[in-house]
Design a protein around this ligand. Sequence first.
Ligand code: GDP
Length: 481
Amino acid sequence: ADEARIALDNLVDRTGDIFHPTLRLGVTGLSRAGKTVFISALVHNLLHGGRLPLFHAQADGRIARTYLEEQPDDAVPRFQYEDHIAKLVEEREWPSSTRAISELRLTIDFQSASGWSRMFSRGRLSIDIVDYPGEWLLDLPLIDKDFSTFSREAIERAKLPGRSGIAEAFLRELASVDPAAKMDEPTAQRLSKSFASYLRAARSDNTALSTLPPGRFLMPGDLEGSPALTFAPLMLDDSATYSRDSLAAVLGKRYEAYKSVVVKPFFRDHFARLDRQILLVDALQAINAGPEAVRDLEIALSDILRCFRPGRASWLGSLLTRRIDRILVAATKADHLHRDSHRKLQAIVHRLLDGAIRRADFSGARTEVLAMAAIRATREARIDDGGEELPVIVGVPQSGETIAGETFDGRSETAVFPGDLPSDPTSLFTDADGKAEHADPIRFVRFRPPKLERNEDGLTLSLPHIRLDRALEFLIGDRLA
Ligand code: GDP
């Protein structure tokens, strides 16, 4: 019955009002990939007539008005656009990142480009931007896994060489509990907490590992502390039967609850209604952390992309009445590199997605890869290094950042030699003897957000970016044609 209701909702969503078409745009990516910054920059540039030469509707002067409207879903938090912009523009600090799902409706009144419709119609398109953590997508494979399979895989993963350090405390805790013992809340909480801190440690800057369900353990949303989030994998004996009040049985039940009250509703109520999707990828962070993090990111992206094109016979596939028809994979924070390296960054992300695209059936969906900076915090320059011209980027490093022993105060502009990416992406994934190799790390310095820049008209101010207009053109341009 639920599924039938969804199908009906989707039909109404899509065809509801022919005079007021809507487009649901999903924005996702693992935490700190740049979702909040992307949405803020996109909306700001559209509301304030930003410099977007490759976004045709705007460049051709066909956009009459852009404005925010009441979002359609009353039960979803609103994306806090005004707060984020105030932080970015007034304080020149980065806004707080995505923690859960949020939504914002942006409406564009435009004139159609084609002769016929231009005579007859002014168009109106509402874009419902849906921001959600990519971690949540990593939960899809759990739907088909029972508690013992989940437990076995999670524990095997925790024991992998690259993880044993960060997983040590959890594995010790795990070894001390008997799954057959009577359920005891403090034990369950202790185990669950140490499992969650292991997952979080794996995501920290230095390790930057990505493939770690359950996603809500990293991004709990408003469910923190609920039984559905208070479980952990257990070392189960498949031949044993566990009594109903055992730790194994109760945690198993909570795992099932996690799937039915957390995972399924998200896919059903939000994910299944998306028309277009942008997936933001912070490849630079993974590259800096080394080949293991890069491989791990590759697996995570492949799991994420699989959600966008599920098999028809799968649980998710059977739920979808609409299909995502455009997917943009954007390598973010390209402003940390010199322009000469953007192509290489794009090639690396292409290579990261190779496997995923080969495995999933992407027929019917246009997929594009782009190196982008939703907000460009740097500008490019060349400095003379003893007769040799070196490409550098110039920006204000955040207070506390260091390069070569120098610590910055967050106030002065500095030129940074950003380092280069290899022309052959393969070298990032492995090295000759299979050991972790930190090739030539990119100098990844966090810069403060830039000042607003004056546009060609000399009047309007907007947030500088790199290829945000290309992204917009791909994601919504055809609907404004
Ligand atoms: P989220 O977790 O996906 O919402 O990530 P955010 O949008 O909050 O971005 C995380 C951090 O990455 C920000 O605080 C910035 O430091 C950085 N960042 C994101 N996008 C950009 C960008 O376009 N340029 C630069 N220089 N930094 C960015």
